[in-house]
Ligand binder design. Structure first.
Ligand SMILES: Cc1cc2nc3c(=O)[nH]c(=O)nc-3n(C[C@H](O)[C@H](O)[C@H](O)COP(=O)(O)OP(=O)(O)OC[C@H]3O[C@@H](n4cnc5c(N)ncnc54)[C@H](O)[C@@H]3O)c2cc1C
Length: 392
């Protein structure tokens, strides 16, 4: 994903062109009804694409903007400032970079632009009941029959599965004992016969993720990315991008959120307490570090095509920050801070409590905090490897 050699538009000109578009053509108020909200989010993704404002780091050939580093930073800052919704599904941040690197030209033409426009929603089917941190132990199988694979097995915690048109999955094509040497990357039509999605309710009351069952699901061999049994390098690329995904956008978003919390605490008088001010100063330092981590992630992707192990630094920093921030907000706001979205007396429609509940899962998804620490220890600090995890 390198930038083109022609001179880029000046940063100021780019910022004001983007800001004008966001002011004039923004998505409008966020609907409360989940169905309406889904359609609204999708329509916004299409509007971004149609106006040439989608895929800041993507090649132009697939509908992206191919922006240089500084413009990508501005892009994320402006989108966070405008409070517009992120993309639907997990395809853009995770599957797309993997397909751009390992897919055939035909696959890129067929899949990338519809994914970027939000016409197809992609969801990640990696984890299984017995395979989370230890993905090489996954058991969903695919057997080859002519020009098709026949897939059987179960995935779990598949975010956005209920909305998905496509699952990007890992399946076992080697023997059961083959671990990471017998894994293949398959793109499965979510509407194919034999696919069943069962929603899972999380502690916020939402149904973002689900269990997905495959019963004799037929998948064309043309929908395999990379070679058979050679899916593991794709997994590594894709996990790196998953950890990096949105690092800069989240940094810009939390910059805004911290300012909003500070304003709220000033209004309630809580900021008169020096202990509260001390905590806010701590969060201020951490949110600035988050911004630098986000910049480093974009810079690594532009220079090496991959975010690399430093994406674990960004991920760990963001996830612990968002947990601490929401816990602090709920503690400081007192009893009213504990009222949920449904209560008329809830502070700011219960956003801080919702954030507190939602972010409990942050240090689990995209690899648990312990796994990120292992990655940092081994790949950044050069400490001895975890003998339980595969090396290639
Ligand atoms: C909000 C959310 C969204 C998710 N979305 C998706 C999705 O879209 N698609 C998808 O495929 N998956 C998704 N997941 C699943 C997620 O990737 C797994 O939950 C995660 O990888 C952990 O796996 P596990 O739940 O099986 O826990 P386990 O791997 O069983 O881990 C249990 C505990 O043991 C620790 N542990 C395990 N191995 C080690 C080790 N080697 N060293 C140190 N500690 C270790 C873990 O840190 C954890 O504390 C999501 C999870 C969450 C919470």
């Amino acid at each position: 994903m390198t930038s083109e050699s022609r001179p880029p538009e000046s940063l100021d000109a780019f910022r004001s062109r983007l800001r004008d578009f966001l002011a004039a053509g923004g998505p409008g108020p966020r609907p409360r009804d989940p169905e309406e909200r889904f359609r609204w989010t999708r329509a916004w993704q299409a509007a971004l694409f149609d106006h040439g404002f989608a895929g800041p780091g993507w090649p132009r050939a697939y509908g992206g903007m191919d922006l240089p580093f500084s413009h990508q930073v501005v892009y994320q800052e402006e989108l966070a400032r405008a409070r517009v919704p992120g993309p639907v599904g997990t395809g853009l941040g995770i599957a797309a970079p993997t397909i751009i690197k390992f897919g055939t030209d035909e696959q890129k033409r067929r899949w990338l632009a519809p994914m970027l426009r939000g016409d197809t929603v992609w969801a990640q089917g990696y984890s299984e009941p017995e395979a989370g941190s230890d993905l090489p132990s996954l058991r969903t199988t695919a057997r080859r029959e002519g020009d098709e694979y026949v897939v059987n097995g179960q995935k779990v915690w598949t975010s956005h599965a209920g909305r998905a048109d496509v699952f990007f999955t890992l399946v076992r094509t080697g023997t059961r004992a083959s671990r990471q040497r017998g894994i293949t990357y398959l793109v499965v039509d979510a509407h194919a016969p034999g696919v069943e999605v069962r929603p899972l309710r999380d502690m916020t009351g939402g149904h973002v993720f689900a269990e997905v069952f495959f019963d004799e699901v037929r998948v064309p061999v043309a929908d395999r990315v990379g070679a058979e049994n050679e899916g593991w390098p794709l997994v590594r690329t894709s996990l790196g991008h998953e950890r990096a995904a949105g690092a800069m956008n989240q940094a810009a978003t939390y910059r805004r959120v911290l300012t909003e919390l500070e304003r709220l605490l000033r209004e309630t008088g809580a900021l008169d307490d020096e202990v509260v001010r001390d905590r806010i100063a701590d969060f201020e330092i951490r949110v600035r570090i988050m911004g630098y981590n986000g910049r480093r992630t974009i810079s690594d992707i532009l220079r090496h095509g991959e975010p690399g192990p430093s994406s674990s630094v960004a991920r760990l920093h963001i996830t612990t920050f968002e947990q601490d921030l929401h816990e602090f907000a709920v503690d400081t706001l007192g009893p009213a801070g504990l009222l949920g979205t449904g209560s008329a007396d809830a502070i700011q429609r219960g956003r801080w409590l919702h954030g507190f509940l939602r972010t409990r899962a942050s240090t689990i998804g995209a690899g648990t905090a312990e796994i990120q620490l292992n990655t940092l220890a081994e790949q950044v600090l050069g400490l001895p490897r975890d003998p339980a995890m595969p090396s290639a």
